[in-house]
Design a protein around this ligand. Structure first.
Ligand SMILES: *Cc1c(COP(=O)(O)O)cnc(C)c1O
Length: 220
């Protein structure tokens, strides 16, 4: 099942688009099964759960951990030594802490800015305008242990494909403008989940984050 779904997804992805298998609330055995099917990138959204799985799966040396959820500043230190991409940087304060913990761990931590493009109210994420203002401000340029490599977005929670497509399109437009004006090294646009990844890929995602389609309903 797990292997079949992974192949179903990866076979459909254009070159340059990678799958993040979202394994939150699924046991390490499920991750081993996915890994055996060739999947190397896994996404988790709770620092403690990630820490636990990182230890349990330490024998899988080429496994890449992505932190995809809301990250509290006081949790950064736990994941800084090994995390390979942080998807949801939603404040300058969080980025500064990631920089600090990156320095402590002797690593440069790759990060994405979380964009708020969906219809729902949320306290997380920058609107595209806020994100551009943040990049314009330039404080991130003196942070030597973080590297901003792109953006992450979630579309509105709706069946309306037109709305979903337009949310992803706004994220893509931000990505292009930021890359052109501030961050030539931007390379990643993380968007698309179980219900909307086909649209996200159409709109230029380079990373899709899929949980339910691969692992089924979350288990705990
Ligand atoms: C849980 C989660 C996903 C995966 O969602 P599915 O609908 O299960 O594919 C993707 N992105 C984020 C940020 C998540 O928290």
């Amino acid at each position: 099942m797990i292997a079949e779904e992974i192949h179903r997804i990866t076979d459909a992805l254009p070159t340059g688009v990678r799958l993040v298998a979202v394994s939150k609330f699924h046991p390490s055995d499920a991750i081993r099964e996915a890994y055996a099917a060739g999947q190397c990138i896994f996404g988790e959204s709770h620092a403690q759960e990630l820490q636990h799985k990182h230890e349990e799966l330490s024998d899988l040396t080429d496994l890449e951990w992505h932190f995809i959820g809301h990250l509290q500043t006081n949790k950064v230190k736990y994941i800084a030594p090994y995390v390979s991409l942080i998807h949801a940087v939603d404040s300058e304060r969080l980025l500064a802490e990631i920089d600090r913990q990156g320095a402590k761990a002797g690593r440069t931590l790759r990060c994405l800015l979380q964009l708020h493009v969906a219809a729902e109210e949320t306290k997380f994420g920058f609107t595209p305008e806020e994100a551009l203002a943040f990049l314009e401000g330039g404080s991130w340029q003196s942070m030597t242990h973080v590297q901003l490599v792109g953006a992450m977005a979630m579309a509105s929670h709706t069946d309306d494909e037109v709305r979903i497509r337009s949310d992803f399109h706004r994220a893509r437009q931000f990505f292009e403008q930021a890359k052109r004006d501030y961050c030539p090294s931007f390379s990643e646009l993380s968007m698309g989940m179980t219900d909307d990844w086909h649209i996200a890929v159409d709109e230029g995602a380079t990373l899709i984050r899929i949980g339910t389609q691969i692992f089924g309903e979350r288990q705990y």
